[in-house]
Design a protein around this ligand. Sequence first.
Ligand code: UD1
Ligand code: UDP
Length: 383
Amino acid sequence: MKNVRIMSVFGTRPEAIKMCPLVKELASRPGIESLCCVTAQHRQMLDSVLEVFGVRPDRDLDIMAPRQTLSHITSKCLLGMDEAIDHLKPDLILVHGDTSTTFAGALSAYYHQVAVGHVEAGLRTYDKYAPFPEEMNRVLTSSLADLHFCPTAGNRENLLREGRDPAGIFVTGNTVIDALKTTVRKDYHFTTDELNHLPYGEKKLILVTCHRRENYGEPMRNIMLALRQIAEENRDVELVYPVHLSPVVREAVDKYLRGAPRVHLTDPLPADEMHNLMDRCYMVMTDSGGLQEEAPALGKPVLVLRRETERPEAVAAGTVKLAGVVQDDIVTMGTRLIRDRNAYEAMAHAVNPYGDGQACRRIADAVEWRFGLRKERPSDYEA
Ligand code: UD1
Ligand code: UDP
């Protein structure tokens, strides 16, 4: 019997961190040919993840351009995918999450009448413009997908409410927890030397990231000014902020935050460095989706620098709070966690609503089941 050809498609840093463990899991299964096509919507930040996980793509569409527009990404992905699909002839295309690569990858699969599996399916805010354009990327990808791999039971409920076929929905946990289990080590030594010399334990280290398109402009200015104020007003705090390569983000950082006392700005960190830094920090302030999943697993309180979240599970568990995008609100909530031990302790407990580190195994089992390589449907992940 011929091997089943499964092509994973991704292009940005978070997709790569969450898909590389799956590409490897699929490659370990007899009967499956695990293929990998990267769009390189992110270039340097993608390459860094591929190196950390040791994954070599079969196709690289190399589409990134400075300050690329959404139309640029989508159209370049579609054109590149035509050749990749014609050449690699997949039986199933796996896409991940909510980026423009995700949507274009799923649309291209549909144009070629190849089945689509959506990893990290079913997240919703029900606000078309927040997060933008991720909410619609998710909805549109769900419409194109045949298999939906949901991190949580809540994500599954969202899809059922939309009338999706339950036969194609699997609750697997999030593959980010699988990734985290391979990267975090107590004896980890940073290759970015500055990180070896941070005052862990002596000072309260706040890990910061910020990049979302809907935060461009006024919200991002407010966030940067709030971070500056927190650093200026709290001598026992150090902020560590690996700055995203987006020129829009870097401009805001340079204008409003650079030069503030107790603020360490670095280039983006390799995923293993980032995960181990998170493991050693006091708390996290971020607008990132992935950090909202990783930090709770490591017992780190998270203040989310957004108005909404599509990841309500850790909010319900009490380790994540929405801080919004107004300067005073962010400063008030940040200062409370720095100064009020009880408020901090109430949030600093490890919860893991997003997975048990077995998501890739469940997804690979479901793929095998779908192609008749396995008799039993895998059972759902329960938090
Ligand atoms: C993209 C995703 C977003 C995801 C984020 C993760 C879309 C529309 N957005 O947003 O959902 O949360 O990735 O980080 O799919 N750049 C580089 N080198 C890199 C990466 C980016 O120079 O390695 C610069 C380029 O100028 C690029 C810009 O950053 O044009 C923005 O990248 P883009 O992928 O368009 O948007 P992100 O904000 O990164
Ligand atoms: N990350 C990283 N290096 C950094 C910043 C983030 O490896 O300098 C990781 C982070 O740990 C998480 C993922 O990148 O796994 C999140 O990516 P990002 O915030 O860019 O996207 P989002 O999750 O918001 O889509």
